[in-house]
Design a protein around this ligand. Structure first.
Ligand code: ADP
Ligand code: MG
Ligand code: MG
Length: 524
């Protein structure tokens, strides 16, 4: 049923003693179940962890929009699989970006250089499609609007499953949160979240498709990563439920470690107990790194990336799939006819998924398009000129985004015109003096701001901080998806969800960059 607003939130707590009690229960449950981060600069091996940021209450989310978001995930999975398989489309879109963005340029040129010689037909996608609620006015029905679609390093699957479990536990332990809201008093409203088990299963499916029982899954991680328990939970699940060994290495470390067999294109890694065990073959390469320029401090990392790409291991994601996740692709998809071409054209590869080429329907197309909000290029095309005019004259309606991941890169509202001017000046200087690493405005896209409904609050508990903070909040729902595909599709499923909640005053979200808390939805 359409809703115009969310119920008043959070439900009131009878006293400050109740708040204190709830917080103690929440943090203790979190610590006991690995809902944790490493502190900054941990010792090796680490000696302690802190609770990851958590909201005390689950946050309200309209049931029909939650169902829409989870139901269309398999269509989104298929869409992005088809994009990754369409070399012509990626060349047209990302080849253009490559000229103006040196990071995307390295990625696209690297992929182009190796793509003819790839021997592994399968690619693994662990995706997360992120949404905010959009409220045009207090009289209009709430809508579901997509923020972005992530194809690399989609994180917080494990911690989000644990946040859902902590909220369920609190509901049980406290008589459904002291009966303070009708929504909190029945478990029908707490959707089950299997993100951890389902994402681990995706990695296991990739491993099984590779077909070597002694091979391992390689986790490529960042130096100084604090969100390690979100990753380790997947590793434990792979071992305990599937009997699959994993190894973790930073991207830079791999340069010296990977052994590449030129004939078979199989790759091997020495075991940590190298004297005792033969090097282990790698079945799946799972990147929790390699998505941002700082992951590539020098040419060594780019050559490692290409070496791994050329190997027989199944990549999660492939370079093509990473390119498909660029924000520029998200913008081009909104151009007339592009979505129809990917979903409805009979010429598209039958990536399986139980729906052959052209087997998606107009309803699928409509459901996907419903989740989009205005996007403009920032180039010299007609649409780009219109985008530029809107950005300069009505900046309060927009966010300007470069082709980056990981949070903290966007430019909001009144900062946009001055940023666009700065880019023009830089470009001018580049033309005159040959300045390097300048991104002209074509490297950005312009996006209409999604405006979440107000009147929603929550208590946010930061790790290491023993005082919950009450704030007006905005919640971002992410839906995970797993796709294993090649010329034929093997797996396509929805794989649980993530809810992140941030103070309303903050434009940017992001748990890793210290802004959002992990949350779970309560359906209203
Ligand atoms: P990243 O890949 O760095 O996570 P996002 O596109 O997700 O980039 O933007 C980061 C954050 O900025 C989002 O989590 C969201 O909180 C906010 N944001 C992004 N786009 C919009 C938008 N169109 N309207 C409102 N907020 C947005
Ligand atoms: Mg992203
Ligand atoms: Mg994001």
């Amino acid at each position: 049923m359409p809703l115009n607003s969310l119920p008043p939130w959070p439900p009131s707590l009878p006293s400050s003693a109740h708040l204190q009690h709830l917080q103690t229960l929440a943090v203790t449950h979190a610590l006991a179940h690995g809902f944790t981060h490493l502190p900054a600069n941990p010792s090796d091996p680490p000696t302690h962890a802190t609770a990851a940021p958590l909201s005390l209450f689950p946050s309200p989310f309209p049931r029909h929009l939650f169902e829409l978001a989870t139901e269309i995930q398999t269509v989104y999975n298929a869409l992005y699989a088809r994009i990754a398989l369409d070399w012509g489309f990626l060349d047209r879109v990302m080849g253009g970006v490559a000229k103006v963005d040196s990071f995307q340029g390295e990625l696209w040129r690297g992929w182009k250089a190796v793509r003819e010689e790839l021997v592994q037909p399968l690619q693994l996608g662990i995706f997360r499609s992120d949404y905010l609620l959009h409220s045009l006015s207090s009289l209009a029905p709430l809508e579901l609007k997509q923020v972005e679609f992530n194809t690399i390093s989609s994180s917080f699957g494990a911690l989000s499953q644990k946040a859902s479990e902590t909220h369920r536990y609190l509901a049980k332990e406290t008589d459904m949160f002291f009966d303070s809201s009708p929504y909190l008093s029945t478990f029908d409203n707490y959707p089950l979240n299997d993100a951890l088990t389902s994402i681990a299963q995706g990695l296991a499916e990739g491993w099984a498709a590779y077909g070597r029982k002694d091979a391992v899954v390689l986790f490529v991680v960042q130096d100084g990563e604090r969100n390690v328990f979100d990753q380790w939970a997947l590793q434990y699940e792979l071992m305990e439920r599937h009997g699959i060994k994993t190894v973790r290495h930073t991207f830079s470390e791999l340069d010296n470690l990977v052994q590449f067999d030129r004939n078979s294109k199989r790759i091997y890694l020495p075991d940590p107990l190298a004297d005792l065990v033969q090097p282990r073959e790698v079945a799946v390469i799972y990147y929790r790194s390699a998505y941002t320029p700082t992951d590539y401090p020098g040419p060594g990392e780019w050559s490692t990336r290409l070496l791994l790409e050329r190997s027989r291991a199944i990549k999660c994601p492939s370079m093509a799939l990473q390119l498909a996740g660029a924000k520029k692709v998200q913008q081009v998809l909104t151009e007339p006819g592009v979505l129809e071409d990917f979903l409805l054209s009979p010429d598209r590869p039958d990536v399986g998924f139980g729906k052959g080429a052209g087997a998606f329907t107009q309803e699928d197309v409509d459901n996907i398009r419903k989740t989009w909000i205005g996007l403009w290029p920032m180039d010299n095309s007609e649409a780009g000129q219109e985008g530029y005019r809107l950005a300069m004259t009505q900046s309060s309606r927009f966010v300007l985004k470069p082709q980056r991941e990981g949070g903290g890169n966007n430019i909001y509202r009144s900062d946009i015109p001055q940023e666009l001017k700065r880019l023009e000046q830089q470009q001018h200087q580049q033309q005159q003096y040959g300045a390097r690493d300048v991104m002209p405005r074509e490297a950005y896209i312009l996006m209409e701001l999604i405006t979440p409904p107000d009147g929603v609050g929550n208590w946010l508990v930061r790790g290491g901080d023993n005082k919950a903070r009450k704030a007006d909040v905005v919640s971002e729902l992410g839906v995970f998806g797993v796709a294993l595909f090649g010329p034929e599709g093997v797996v396509n499923r929805e794989a649980g969800f993530l809810m992140r909640t941030k103070g309303r005053e903050s434009d940017e979200g992001g748990v890793a960059i210290g802004i959002s808390s992990i949350d779970s939805p309560v359906l209203v």
